[in-house]
Write a protein that binds this ligand. Sequence first.
Ligand code: ZN
Length: 322
Amino acid sequence: MRFGTAEAGAAELATGAIHLVDDPLGPVTSPVMLARGAEPGPRLLVTCLIHGGENVGPIALARFLREIELTALRGSIAGLLCANPLGQRQHSRLTPQDGMNLNRIFPGNPKGAVTEQLAARLMEIARSEGGDAVLDLHSGGELTITAFYVIHDAKGDGDVEREGARLAASVGSRYQWGSREEWLDGGFFTNVSRRLRIPSIIVESGGGARVRDEDLANFNTALHGITRAMGMLPGDPPVAEDIRRGGNGVHVKCTRGGYWNPAVAPGDDMTGGQVMGEMISMTGEVLETIRCPVPSAWVGSIRRPWMPLYAGEQVVEVVERL
Ligand SMILES: [Zn+2]
């Protein structure tokens, strides 16, 4: 069995590389891992670093694939460790060469700008390697700190959407967001779900230019959970308690530039008007108080504390409770 140049026999773990796009110096590739179980079974594709700098994903995935007992694995797990090498080389959420946000422009265009070509290639990989489910790992990267949350595609109500919701409930996160938002229409997971009809979810944790043990543990829980839910590893997935559901992510922006001083943490419950933080001038004056704009929500992510921001930048993502 192959994934890129990785070739694994039964109950073997292989590493290699896969070609994504070309830049002026030639091929741009990603490291890959392929874990093949002893018995045939489902195929799970796990993607990391669609946004550069979101390093929790590849570290957690590589550890997980090296730690699991392959003789107990049914089926195979294909790991694409760096879906956006151009962004990753600059620790950047956006692709520096064309300024695009890769996770907003799917299904891409094989004749478009380099990020659009990358998106088209990732769709090809998902089509050929996605198999039974695609798990896309994110975090807050350099700029943002996210709660341990999961997003599934909730725009339709077919078998694929139902399986996406079931898999989302299996990753051990109490923050379960069924997305219908237009701004996620160009996302990888939404396009894999809607165009390829392969169940696909995003899991996020942490960021703020750090990789914490807590975030690695969350992703380890998520990887064990989804593979158990798919019948690939023995045991039952974790059951999250005190669940916060969400269905609409609202990006709250500052109207004054300055230092951002948050008063809330990722995952906090919010009510309408609640103070979420302040913009502070360099001379220490409060320029603006940021409040929760919707009646009931939880904090999906915050911009990194004390980051200097320009007017119009996002400071908090709140997810409206259903
Ligand atoms: Zn991301």
